[in-house]
Write a protein that binds this ligand. Structure first.
Ligand code: 2NL
Length: 365
């Protein structure tokens, strides 16, 4: 009898070891310990045995049953642990890798330059104003003291929108256009805000012109100060502070030359010191001069057009081209490349998106 059990033990333990996977192992379990399993069948024979024989055989059978159950359990755990190892290997990740790939986008130099200008004038107490790109004749010309039919209107190479079908006279305020400068935003600001006013207006402007130094869309920033005691020395101090901070030259000299704009009186152009020695432009006090912006005291007619009494209020305004000051600071030689969306150019001249300009942190990389 015990020889029979030994043989069954060898057979069942061999089957347990030979099972290739969890499903095969389960079959072995059913064959051995299931309701109609080999050990179970033997258990059923106990009832027909003599008491002594039954006791000995029963004990042996129980030992075998426990042994087979233990072997099944060990093998089952081995399969589970192998399955877990395989899953861990397949789902493995390197936790030392950076969380995200390095950002590849950059800020366009126009955006960077606008941010720098905003940081400098923001520090001086200016707010940013904006307005529509599509304007009417009144805000773009008439309120700015361009008389009807004045040649300066033609000088602006204005893009006019198709006249509306209402039959309105296209030479009057009814014609819409793409703003030729950001000045209409100042008009809107003066008409809606009570002085004191200190605003800068960065934005897109449009003129029908295209050559080496002109693109049909370009960017300007203008500034406007309106108060009751504003004079030309405020204008000069403010603009001088701007160019010194923007170009990072603490003692940069400025020079004012008389000029003309319909909307300012007196009007001036401001130059900054530079050198052109060896064909290389350098900003600084080297004896040569570079024109940087136009400015002046707001014309009384402009104040009146906005409902401000020129006997009470006066102020100054200035305007400059963003592309121009960006080219000067960052050594960009060709205006037209600003608008070509050439990825190599953008990567070369672009700025890190999180490198936010501030006056205290330094404005540039
Ligand atoms: C330039 C010159 C300038 C202004 C813009 C201005 C606006 C109002 C009233 C008076 Cl509402 N002036 N703006 C004044 C002087 C010059 O721009 O060369 N820009 C590129």
């Amino acid at each position: 009898m015990s020889a029979h059990i030994d043989q069954l033990r060898a057979e069942l333990l061999g089957a347990v070891q030979g099972a290739k996977d969890a499903a095969a192992l389960e079959e072995v379990r059913v064959t051995a310990l299931g309701k109609k399993g080999r050990i179970t069948d033997l258990m059923k024979t106990l009832g027909g045995m003599a008491p002594d024989e039954r006791k000995a055989f029963g004990q042996n059978l129980n030992v075998l049953k426990d042994e087979v159950a233990a072997a099944l359990d060990t093998r089952k755990r081995a399969f589970e642990s192998a399955a877990l190892d395989a899953r861990l290997a397949s789902e493995r990740m390197d936790v030392t890798l950076p969380v995200r790939p390095e950002a590849r986008g950059t800020l366009h130099p126009i955006s960077q330059t606008m941010d720098e200008v905003a940081a400098i004038f923001g520090q001086m107490g200016f707010e940013i104003a904006d307005g529509p790109d599509i304007e009417d004749d009144f805000h773009n010309f008439t309120a700015l003291n361009f008389p009807p039919g004045h040649p300066a209107r033609e000088m602006h190479d204005t893009f006019f929108l198709a006249p509306d079908k209402s039959g309105a006279d296209p030479t009057t305020a009814e014609r819409y256009l793409l703003r030729t400068h950001t000045s209409p935003v100042q008009i809107r600001t003066m008409m809606t805000q009570k002085p004191p006013i200190r605003v800068i207006i960065p934005g897109r402007t449009y003129r029908c012109d295209y050559d080496m130094t002109h693109t049909p869309m370009f960017h300007q920033v203008e500034l406007l100060v309106i108060d009751t005691e504003t004079n030309m020395s405020h204008l000069r101090g403010c603009l001088q502070e701007f160019v010194r901070t923007y170009f990072g030259v603490d003692d940069l000299t400025t020079r004012f030359r008389p000029s003309f704009f319909p909307f300012t009186e007196p009007s001036a152009e401001m130059d900054i010191g530079c050198s052109r020695k060896g064909g290389e432009l350098k900003i600084g006090n080297y004896g040569d001069w570079l024109e940087i912006l136009g400015c002046g005291m707001v014309h009384p007619n402009v104040l009146r057009a906005c409902g401000l009494d020129p006997e009470v209020y006066q102020g100054f305004a200035a305007g400059m081209g963003i592309e121009r000051i960006a080219m000067l600071k960052y050594g960009i030689p060709d205006l037209r490349t600003f608008f070509e969306s050439d990825l190599r150019w953008l990567r070369h001249y672009g700025f890190a998106a999180l490198d936010i300009p501030s006056v205290t942190g330094g404005l540039t990389r």
